[in-house]
Design a protein around this ligand. Sequence first.
Ligand SMILES: [Zn+2]
Length: 314
Amino acid sequence: MPARYTLGIDIGGTTTSLAVVDAQNHVAREKRFPTNPEAGFEGVLRRIIEAAAPALERYPCAAIGVAVAAHVDLRTGILVTSPNLGFENVPLGAILQEEFSVPAVVENDVNAAAFGEYLATPMAREPLCAVFVGTGVGGGLIVDGDIFHGADGFAAEIGHVPVVAQAGERCGCGQRGCVEAYAGGPAIVRRASARCRGKATFDDVDAVVRAAEAGDRGSADVLEEAAAYLGVALAAAVNLLNPGTLVIGGGVARAWPALSERALERMKRSALPASLAHLAIRGALLGERAGVIGAAALARKSPASGPPGSRRTP
Ligand SMILES: [Zn+2]
């Protein structure tokens, strides 16, 4: 009898999550622990294997899906590069496949999270565009029930949509004026601290939100600017893609619930009315579980996880 479950693994810069997921995308068992990338790839891998082994023993899984904060070669399952983790050219899929003797697929974490949110929305109008505002501003696009990757795997990089044409803030990608350089969590913290002129610095977006609520003008301005620039980028996405569904989530959106509302107001001022007419907009439903559930579902639909005989030879 084929295994009912697949195992999802979501390796983020801060936290790694594992979840055993059934065919209805319900989580049967899950575990979270700090990724601790300073331990190097071997250390991170050892921790994942230690956590996965008992789960796989209790719940036999047909396949493993890995979501990782990295650029991934989808064909080979190689983690090509990850600025967040500091790893390069790691054959992650092959290593897990060898370790657990089941097929393993590897996907970018934001794409996997977008796929998870897509599955959480029965009858979602497509294309579905998911935008996650957290440390970075990430996007994923689902077309015809599948992740749209673009030619080289970089489609839907909404965080790097330029929203300021000249003398914009420096972005982690090396360019200037990207929306991530205004609306990403570290950008908000840095910009709010700079506005304080040495009076205070902020540890996280929560602290900026508290200061704004307590009447700090600079913090409030920085948050409003983040929402406005995000709205401009969302308008660009809507005009370019004409999505049927727009999903907004991520840690910054949770820390400052008004972000989505303000950004959507701004988006509606700039997007084509015809593209907005039937656009369904909703908040992310799965929270931090989106990536791990999406990864497990991708493992299930991968041709490699089908019954023996249906596997493709590379
Ligand atoms: Zn950028």
